[in-house]
Design a protein around this ligand. Structure first.
Ligand SMILES: *Cc1c(COP(=O)(O)O)cnc(C)c1O
Length: 447
């Protein structure tokens, strides 16, 4: 079977060779108990490799505290709690303790984001965006969002929730060198398009957005700003980035498992009571039914530790990203945003055209146990997504493992050794495993 479709079973999105390997295991295994053991073994292999031996520099990841991780397998995760918090608001009886868990979660989120309202039931931030588009727009409405090469995410494009909603999607003009919104050009285009909603926030994100200025522009026709803070959520909650709700965004979504460092899922916060009904009517019964109460408990636990340690933790993440940007720049690597201090977030973006492309470099780094991701950068076209020119590097995980600026120098040396073939990837991998061996404990938590 091949990806070009010459097989008898039709189109398969997943790599057919990987699937057929799994099918072989199932077909050839003498018992299903052994098949189950194969699953457990693969989880264990990942835990040792990614959990203990790799430098995980993926920007959308964060390690959770032992308490948060433990709660993810709690008994409460087998309970159904459809509906809103409170016994008369639920479909099912037996939810008194679940109400306690969920209300603690909501109140902790409100406290972190200084918001009037928060919801905890989104099992992914993608569904938060779906909620916003369903609640605040009608099919055919014009919206403006960021294209992928300047940091946009499918969540707000034609191939994601905004596209499913049938919205007319226009690009927010970006300055391709500075990686910030081109405000003059935005004003010109927005006045013509009159977007109902302008979505800010990005997956490739280095600097703050001019939310206040953009909100003033779109206010002329009743347009609103939606901040998709998937990546920056923790930085925002920890006071290390801009504060979108306070600067004029009417609603913010975010991933609980990115910088926020909780269980992978989504949150949504807003202030205007007028939005409460459309948003919560969309969440339930449209987007969430059984919303994984174990995950909500883990989110509440993560929120409590975030209130205690978030500020210090998030500040160190940004310091580490800036230090890593500087260290790579000093070693001759092209890092975006160099004239502005590289970054104000957990990310740095590296242009690897001198060495190959983003795909080949990410694969080579992986051979040395350094995990990053290929990324489109402004010189790329959206269709270059499989072989883009950039790498995105994030410092959330290494920071939570206790690394500081000094270790960023060591990491830069390791990355450059791979990019410039200074040693074999096997030799560098040994050094990575050695470095990781002294950073195994999760910091910034009560455990
Ligand atoms: C990661 C991301 C999402 C999706 O978040 P999930 O929690 O993975 O569902 C949405 N928007 C942006 C900008 C992102 O970077």
């Amino acid at each position: 079977m091949s990806l070009t479709g010459k097989n008898t079973t039709g189109y398969e999105a997943h790599d057919p060779s990987v699937l057929s390997h799994a099918k072989e295991i199932i077909d050839q295994s003498p018992s299903l108990k052994l098949v189950q053991q194969e699953v457990v073994n693969a989880v264990k292999r990942n835990e040792i490799w990614r959990g203990e031996e790799c430098l995980n520099l993926l920007a959308p990841e964060a390690p959770t505290s032992p308490t948060v991780r433990k709660l993810l397998s709690a008994e409460v995760g087998t309970r159904a709690a459809e509906g809103h918090i409170g016994s008369t608001q639920r479909w099912f009886a037996g939810t008194k303790y679940i109400d306690e868990i969920e209300s603690l979660c909501v109140e902790l989120l409100k406290k972190i984001f200084h918001s009037n309202y928060a919801d905890h039931r989104l099992i992914a931030s993608m569904l938060g965006n779906m909620t916003v588009y369903a609640a605040l727009t009608k099919p055919g409405d014009p919206i403006m969002t960021l294209p992928q090469p300047t940091g946009g995410h499918s969540a707000n494009r034609l191939d994601g929730p905004a596209g499913i909603r049938g919205l007319a999607i226009y690009d927010i003009p970006m300055d391709p060198v500075e990686l910030v919104v081109d405000l003059d050009q935005f004003e010109k285009e927005a006045k013509k398009i009159k977007p109902k909603l302008v979505t800010l926030g990005a997956s490739m994100t280095l600097f703050p957005f001019p939310i206040k200025e953009m909100a003033q522009i779109v206010d002329a026709w009743g347009g609103k700003i939606f901040f998709d803070g998937a990546h920056q959520l923790g930085l925002i909650g920890g006071g290390q980035f801009q504060d979108p709700l306070n600067e004029g965004a009417c609603v913010m979504t975010g991933s609980a498992g990115k910088t926020f460092s909780g269980p992978q899922s989504g949150i949504i916060v807003w202030n205007d009571p007028e939005l409460t009904k459309p948003i919560t009517d969309t969440i339930f019964p449209a987007i969430a039914a059984t919303h994984q109460v174990n995950r909500v408990a883990a989110l509440a636990a993560a929120a409590a530790e975030f209130l205690a340690f978030g500020k210090e933790y998030m500040a160190q993440i940004v310091k580490n990203a800036q230090a890593l940007g500087q260290a790579l720049h000093d070693r001759g690597v092209t890092v975006l945003g160099a004239d502005k201090g590289f970054t104000r977030t957990h990310q740095i973006i590296v242009d690897v055209r001198n060495y190959g492309n983003g795909l080949t470099m990410a694969k080579k780094l992986e051979l040395a146990n350094i995990i990053t991701n290929k990324n489109l950068i402004p010189c790329d076209k959206p269709e270059d997504w499989d072989r883009p020119s950039g790498l995105r590097i994030g410092t959330t995980e290494v920071t939570r493992l206790g690394m500081k600026e000094t270790e960023m120098d060591t990491i830069a040396d390791l990355i450059v050794s791979v990019l410039e073939d200074k040693q074999t990837t096997d030799e560098i991998k040994k050094k990575v495993i050695d470095l990781r061996s002294s950073y195994q404990k999760i910091h910034y938590c009560f455990d």
